[in-house]
Design a protein around this ligand. Structure first.
Ligand code: S3P
Length: 176
């Protein structure tokens, strides 16, 4: 039987790196479906992720996230935007890689901070010193993002359109 080529586009990266906005735009241009894993989680739990963290903690969120990713990973011709912590669980990555090319939207801590400084929807960043938290989480997660990804796209000071075009160029010609 002929092996199907990987058809999903999976976006990973830190909170605030634009995975959902960019993912929706790519899906529109390729006429693919779009799925945001956080949105699927929120629909299932019928509350915000922030409330869920407060009530049930991060560990339970990660279990839900794993279950949801395992289903989403079975789709085809879909752009998948993931939560920033998806790389913490290697099962998520092996599931997503099965049918997807993984793009890491890589931003510097300072750039991400600028984008998230007034945001209150990310429970892990509701700390006294948001920039320091971003720096420390990114230091911990950078190797995970880099190892999980097939392609790394730098996002600092780039427009949505520039990032979308880089990803589409890769998809069309498999080069950047
Ligand atoms: C998280 C990122 C969030 C969400 C949850 C945990 C993380 O998603 O899944 O708050 O651990 O980085 P976004 O990356 O879409 O903000």
């Amino acid at each position: 039987m002929k092996k199907m080529s990987k058809s999903n586009i999976v976006l990973i990266g830190f909170m605030g790196s634009g995975k959902s906005t960019i993912g929706k735009e790519i899906a529109k241009r390729l006429q693919y479906s779009f799925i945001d894993s956080d949105e699927v989680v929120e629909n299932k739990i019928r509350m915000s992720i922030s409330d869920y963290f407060k009530r049930y903690g991060e560990e339970n969120f990660r279990l839900l996230e794993e279950e949801i990713i395992s289903h989403i990973a079975l789709t085809t011709k879909t752009v998948i935007a993931t939560g920033g912590g998806v790389v913490k669980n290697p099962n998520n990555i092996s599931n997503l890689k099965h049918n997807g090319t993984i793009f890491y939207l890589k931003g510097s801590p300072e750039y991400i901070y600028e984008r998230l400084k007034y945001d209150t929807s990310r429970p892990l960043l509701n700390t006294k010193d948001k920039l320091a938290t971003i720096r420390s989480l990114l230091r911990e997660r950078s190797p995970l993002y880099e190892n999980a990804s097939d392609i790394i796209i730098s996002i600092d000071n780039k427009s949505i359109d520039e990032i979308v075009v880089s990803i589409l160029d890769y998809e069309r010609g498999k080069v950047i």
